[in-house]
Design a protein around this ligand. Sequence first.
Ligand SMILES: Cc1cc2nc3c(=O)[nH]c(=O)nc-3n(C[C@H](O)[C@H](O)[C@H](O)COP(=O)(O)OP(=O)(O)OC[C@H]3O[C@@H](n4cnc5c(N)ncnc54)[C@H](O)[C@@H]3O)c2cc1C
Length: 365
Amino acid sequence: MRVAVVGGGCVGLTVAGDLADRGAAVALYERDELGSGATGRAAGICYDAFAGSVDAAVAARALDRYREWDLLTPCPYVWAAREDGDATAIRQQVREMQAHGRDVTELSPEALAERYPHLDTSTVTAAGVANAAGTLDPDAVVTELAARARSAGVTILTETPATLADPKTVETSDGRERFDAVVVAGGSAAKPLVADVGVSLALKTYRAQALVTTPVDAGLPSFYDATEEFYWRPKGERIIVGNGAHAADPDDWTADADPEFVESALAKFDEATTLSPAVARSWAGLCTATPDRDPLVGHVADGLYVAAGWQGHGLMRAPALGEFLAERVLDADPTLSVPLGPRVDPTRFDGDESFDPLGDPTADW
Ligand SMILES: Cc1cc2nc3c(=O)[nH]c(=O)nc-3n(C[C@H](O)[C@H](O)[C@H](O)COP(=O)(O)OP(=O)(O)OC[C@H]3O[C@@H](n4cnc5c(N)ncnc54)[C@H](O)[C@@H]3O)c2cc1C
């Protein structure tokens, strides 16, 4: 089977490698450099703290593969609440995650403070910790996935923008090429790419921001503040702090972080810890959203497949959902034993839905 993959981020590279591993002849088209989209801008948090059985199974598979590829740096992921309502939700989530076999525990504010003395837990009402979580270096992920894909026989074409002439025909400046199947993993460009062949995706774009601090060397976990809605993760002696998300036009956005985001993210970090680092670098990137916050992964037209709509969690899910899509394209038995297909089926929406791309973050996977 000859398959084209459009998009050289973590998702396209995973799909391409998994297709080739299973015997397909694969060409991957990347308009710029590999990882130049959202993938290269990700903070790199990776965890299995999901309360639903399907989500937990997807996360477990993704973590296993990242471990197998030696890309995951172990780092517990703590999520904490500062209000009573959020605290109840965290306790409930921990129980559900445990029921799905996840290595997750609830920590009292006192236990949290003892474990991480640089955290200010004075206003924390409840916290959970995912002990099997870790962090990823996006550049290392791209390098490894590309090496894996190439050694499986994938032809990777960078600096090669592609469009679709029809659902199975890819057009570049070198001409047209017909395939048995085409997978569009074009991130925020997925919607316009498939619109050219009459497919309407329920996909919106938003801009997320992050910064990396000067060194603090304080032994912190990765952390999500469910009340303040921001996160951080250690990166060596530094900390990546993120959020600052807002709806954005994919054709009109800036890759530099806003000064207001930098100021408020540093202030929130100062308040949540005993530390006051400065900012070393900051940036922004585009994420994709769907009406129900689940991704669009599957078949959309004759021979045409998509993988998009990660709601800011694409890097951590790529190894599991990229593999799932490769198996779908080849009609092979799925590695994941959970009923994922209907949940992520792109055709569950008409494509003309009106929705808030940022919705309710607590309703995430
Ligand atoms: C600030 C920030 C922090 C984040 N933090 C995390 C995190 O901690 N954990 C996590 O799991 N996720 C995180 N994410 C989300 C994550 O980065 C994305 O979900 C993930 O990278 C999506 O991967 P992708 O391969 O689908 O898309 P992309 O990485 O965007 O790749 C799409 C590729 O397609 C290419 N392309 C587009 N159009 C064409 C065309 N016409 N022809 C050829 N190529 C084309 C683009 O150049 C791009 O390289 C974060 C995102 C941002 C912005």
